[in-house]
Design a protein around this ligand. Structure first.
Ligand SMILES: Cc1ncc(COP(=O)(O)O)c(C=O)c1O
Length: 410
């Protein structure tokens, strides 16, 4: 075959993968800030806090001890032990370190797991709104994502009945994400238990992404899939977690899975042929976080709880905006669809992307369009920023929307 171009001929796989709206918007916000514009960014998916100091000290000690060689592919013995200890402490589930895989962030853990499970044509079920990477990872593995719609009016509840209705013969896995990115919704113990049991009964792997599990507020309680009392949990439930969000350690890039040995081994085999494992020094730092940084994590959680309340109250003051009550993670997900069809200074608000572009251009506020998460009526605002910025930023949103014509009814 003769090539028609001298440049690289990219794979169909990558060409079919949608570009990330989230990153494009974040890049524009950064460019405006670099020009000296007072941009307030609610787009970050990470805590604004720096990592606890004991984390840095553990990393320095690892360097001084010469801990600079390839670690074992599935993770260092010390970190895998710290993970099984934490899982036992938090959920009561007893696992041995052979059932643990440590990767370069929970993102890579999920990527490895999905590639270890999904053959072309297989289906993976998750709630919509969903974290942007679930459909992309399933697609990259040749599978088909099956989003189950959930509604703001029902607190984005994913019912066991809806999951059951989606479990066709091609479904290999169900992904749960509680607390949720982007909605902040938290599953009830009853729903968690019912969905775990349903997956076990049907022989479908349950991947429970609990990366925000330590970030719940008010009366909300986090229920881990591993806390469900059923001896079969060890056979087909995988817990995904990491240090990024709860310990403010996004840059260290450490996440982990605890699950059935056959799946952990398969995912580890993929890792052995791609990254060979996660940074040894970051693993030492993460073990210290899991063992000793509980107080730091609690201090940050309390700050997020205050900000969640503040941001929710401020959005409620904007006419026409509906604000679902977030109970966890660090996002609020208001519904702005009452403004769609209105015009602000000559620009029509057609969808969540148009509104987020307007907010950035005219109010210097960055938020992520809900369309990226399968919920075009909404925008995601991360409240991982200081309280005065939260006030100022949401005040700007309110002022801009006051210029919309027509104003939403009711
Ligand atoms: C729902 C969810 N899962 C997993 C991750 C991955 O986190 P990390 O790769 O930083 O551990 C994120 C990060 O944004 C997330 O929001």
């Amino acid at each position: 075959m003769t090539a028609t171009t001298t440049g690289p001929r990219l794979s169909r796989r990558v060409q079919e993968l949608p570009a990330s709206q989230t990153l494009a918007l974040a890049a524009r916000a950064k460019a405006l800030a670099a020009e000296g514009k007072p941009v307030i960014s609610f787009s970050a998916g990470e805590p604004d806090f720096t990592s606890p100091s004991l984390v840095g000290e553990a990393a320095k000690a690892a360097i001084d001890a010469g801990d600079t060689h390839y670690p074992p592919v599935p993770g260092t013995a010390a970190l895998r032990q710290a993970i099984v200890d934490r899982v036992k402490r938090e959920t009561g589930h007893v696992a041995d370190p052979g059932r643990v895989l440590v990767s370069t962030g929970a993102k890579q853990v999920l990527y490895n797991l999905i590639h270890a499970l999904v053959d072309p044509g297989d289906e993976v079920v998750y709630a919509s709104p969903y974290w942007v990477s679930y459909p992309a990872m399933v697609q990259l593995a040749g599978g088909r994502g099956i989003p189950i719609p959930t509604r703001a009016e029902e607190d984005f509840r994913l019912t066991p009945e809806a999951v059951e209705g989606a479990l066709g013969t091609k479904v290999k896995a169900v992904i749960l994400n509680s607390p949720s990115n982007p909605t902040g919704a938290v599953m009830s113990p009853e729903d968690m238990k019912a969905i775990v049991k349903l997956c076990l009964d049907r022989g479908v792997t349950l991947i429970s992404d609990e990366i925000y599990g330590g970030l719940v507020y008010g009366d909300a309680k986090h229920t881990s899939a591993f806390s469900v009392d059923d001896p079969r949990v060890a056979e087909n439930v995988v817990l995904v977690d990491g240090v990024s969000k709860v310990y403010a350690m996004t840059g260290w890039r450490i996440g982990y899975a605890v699950g059935p040995e056959s799946l952990i081994k398969a995912a580890s085999k993929i890792q052995s042929q791609s990254t060979s494992g996660a940074c040894a020094i970051a693993q030492a730092a993460s073990a210290a976080a899991l063992d000793k940084a509980g107080e730091d994590a609690e201090r940050m959680r309390q700050a997020f709880a205050r900000r969640c309340e503040l941001a929710t109250e401020l959005f409620k003051e904007i006419p026409g905006v509906r604000v679902p009550q977030a109970l966890g993670a660090f996002y609020v997900f208001p519904d702005f669809s009452a403004y769609y069809g209105s015009t602000i200074e000559g620009t029509e608000i057609t969808d969540s992307l148009a509104l987020s572009e307007l907010l950035l251009d005219k109010a210097l506020v960055a938020a992520v369009p809900g369309g990226a998460f399968g919920a075009d009526g909404h925008l995601r605002f991360s409240y991982a920023l200081g309280e005065s910025e939260i006030r100022e930023g949401i005040g700007r949103v309110k002022d801009l929307l006051a210029k919309a014509d027509p104003q939403p009814k009711g």
